[in-house]
Ligand binder design. Structure first.
Ligand SMILES: C[S@@+](CC[C@H](N)C(=O)[O-])C[C@H]1O[C@@H](n2cnc3c(N)ncnc32)[C@H](O)[C@@H]1O
Length: 285
């Protein structure tokens, strides 16, 4: 029998030995061990720090060992435990779409700082788990928010997440970008679209190997979907409306150029916590 503290040491060693090592940036093995153990015990992380001497029972240890084995084989933590916390929400995650990333919380933060009407109409393009749409809805109770995705399974997932987070007022539907969106004016369009180059080596490494290319890649330069969204959003934005887009850290200048080519004003790019340009937004004001 192992205590919580001993189980964590065992898992950390196990993951490091199998190549899920601390990389100096994310301390992946240590953090992953904690998240997997908390999920095995069906508790929050703080429980591990509060009860380090508590013994795991047989079933808990067996579940934890299975989780660590899956992680050692490369599976993303979110797929193993079935959820990812994003903003203040717990979102169900499946291999049908992207696992929400912390960087995307910056997009949510920026959208919340924009000068928008009390009952703003909002569209989230490529909603995936519903992460952005639901985070905005959790902060702005009067916003009228719709999320769309081309993958039917992602739409089903986002609806599930709306229900589990008591945010059923957010509408989710199947659409190839704007194809099923009726002609109307939005005050805010947000998107974290696919933006990785099809041939990018990074696609063969780490967690992204387990995520669908439909959520990751956009043509040879990664900008195909962003070009489409920026051009098409013109027709769907109100006079004071804003378009906010997440993109790759090397795409800041190219995305700004795409906004300019489409005659947007007030174009601004924000850095993430690592100082890398990740979010660009603009309007027609
Ligand atoms: C990078 S993921 C972002 C998911 C979610 N918004 C997030 O931030 O976690 C991109 C999403 O866009 C969706 N997508 C890709 N092509 C699309 C299209 N043509 N129309 C609508 N959605 C699309 C994918 O299915 C995927 O869910």
């Amino acid at each position: 029998m192992l205590t919580i503290a001993q189980a964590l040491v065992w898992a950390k060693t196990q993951l490091r030995d199998r190549g899920v090592s601390d990389d100096g940036l994310h301390e992946s093995a240590a953090i992953d061990s904690k998240v997997l153990l908390a999920a095995s015990l069906n508790k929050e992380l703080v429980y591990l720090h509060t009860w380090p001497e508590k013994l795991l029972d047989e079933l808990q240890m067996q579940t934890f060992k299975e989780f660590v084995e899956q992680r050692s084989a490369g599976h993303p933590v979110a797929h193993i435990i079935g959820y990812r916390d994003f903003w203040t929400l717990r979102l169900k995650v499946t291999p049908d779409t992207l696992i929400p990333r912390p960087e995307t919380e910056l997009l949510v933060e920026i959208a919340l700082t924009l000068d928008l009407p009390e009952s703003a109409k909002v569209l989230d393009l490529g909603t995936g788990t519903g992460a952005i749409a639901l985070a905005l809805a959790s902060e702005k109770h009067n916003w009228v928010i719709t999320g769309v995705d081309k993958q039917s399974d992602a739409v089903t997932l986002s609806k599930h997440n709306a229900t589990s987070n008591n945010l059923e007022r957010v509408a989710f539907m199947h659409s190839d970008w704007f194809s099923a969106v009726a002609a109307q004016q939005f005050d805010l369009i947000v998107s974290n679209p696919p933006y990785i180059e099809e041939e990018n080596r990074y696609l063969k490494l780490g967690d992204v190997r387990f995520e669908p290319s439909s959520a990751l890649t956009a043509g040879h330069d990664g900008l195909e979907d962003i070009r489409h969204i920026v051009a098409q959003s013109r027709r769907y934005l109100s006079g004071n409306g804003w378009l906010v887009i997440e993109h790759g850290y090397q795409q800041g200048a190219a995305v700004t150029e795409i906004f300019k080519e489409n005659a947007y004003n007030n174009i601004c790019t924000h850095d993430d916590l690592n100082g890398l340009p990740r979010i660009t937004f603009g309007s027609f004001q």
